[in-house]
Write a protein that binds this ligand. Structure first.
Ligand code: HEM
Length: 254
């Protein structure tokens, strides 16, 4: 991905028209497959200064794919009158310095931290062991297995990186699923029992938390099933995934 910044200085009497033109130009941008996202911002201190930020899938996609497309023709027709107003138009590469701020709690904190995930996995595996469909898979599990899975889930949802630091990370988790030949019925039962446990230990039940939580569980169990098949060739090394709120962050009131 590459980030393009275009800085404009627009005379005060043309600012309204400029913003209206960009609202129209945004329509072809929004449908361009080369465009990841875009944002036009206006300077508070100098209202004649604007910065347009466009994230492109790559510089080449922008310069060849987009520039030769009908979307560009429609986009440029709207903004052509303002080309003279451009002060800078360049591509910037992202650095490693990127991340969310603290305005939205992690799902880990929202759930209640390590203690909440430990309660969840304790109740969950208690029921798993009694279950005729999935129980046999766990017949020889380590008594600390629930704690390890709580460590994993805590890390996934933005908590401490204890599974990576002290339990072998992704590779170790993967090694435990290899060759288990998990069936779809077993996966489904695993999900059901986990959701029952989430209710029993009273994990937050707001729609935003539960939707994002289930999103990860669906994703993770489907990957576990695929990786457990005898003919699977999963990636051996990867970071522990991080899961966030997605499109619906928590409702924290007005
Ligand atoms: C989101 C989905 C899943 C997550 C996050 C997950 C997580 C884990 C983790 C972290 C371990 C290793 C624990 C350790 O450090 O020792 C593990 C082991 C295991 N998992 Fe999963 N798992 C998932 C889905 C499943 C499913 C769907 C099944 C089967 C229905 C399954 C069966 C097992 C088994 C049998 C082990 C080995 C237990 C033992 O040590 O005997 N997992 N899982």
């Amino acid at each position: 991905m590459i980030v393009e910044y275009i800085r404009y200085r627009v005379p005060a009497e043309r600012c309204d028209d400029f913003e209206a033109a960009y609202a129209r130009a945004a329509v072809p941008l929004a449908t361009a497959p080369q465009c990841v996202e875009y944002e036009l911002t206006r300077c508070v201190d100098e209202p004649e200064s604007y910065i347009l930020r466009i994230v492109w899938t790559s510089a080449d996609d922008h310069l060849t794919g987009f520039r030769n497309s009908d979307n560009f023709t429609a986009f440029f027709a709207e903004i052509r009158p303002y080309v003279e107003q451009i002060e800078e138009m360049r591509h910037y590469r992202r650095t490693a310095v990127v991340g969310p701020g603290g305005s939205v709690p992690t799902m880990y904190d929202w759930a209640g931290g390590t203690e909440a995930f430990e309660r969840l996995t304790e109740v969950f595996y208690r029921e798993v062991l009694k279950d005729e469909l999935v129980g046999p898979l766990f017949a020889h599990m380590d008594p600390d297995h629930p704690k390890y899975v709580a460590m994993w889930l805590s890390e996934v949802f933005g908590g401490p990186t204890r599974y990576t630091d002290g339990r072998g990370g992704y590779h170790h988790m993967l090694s435990k699923h290899l060759g288990r030949a998990i069936t779809e019925r077993q996966r489904r039962r695993w999900v059901e029992l986990l959701l029952d446990a989430a209710d029993e230990v009273e994990l937050p039940h707001d729609p935003e938390f539960r939707a994002a939580f289930l999103g990860y569980i669906e994703w993770g169990t489907r990957i576990a099933l695929a990786n457990s098949q005898p003919d699977a060739h999963p990636i051996q090394q990867a970071p522990v995934p991080h899961w966030g709120w997605g499109v619906a962050p928590p409702y924290v009131g007005a």
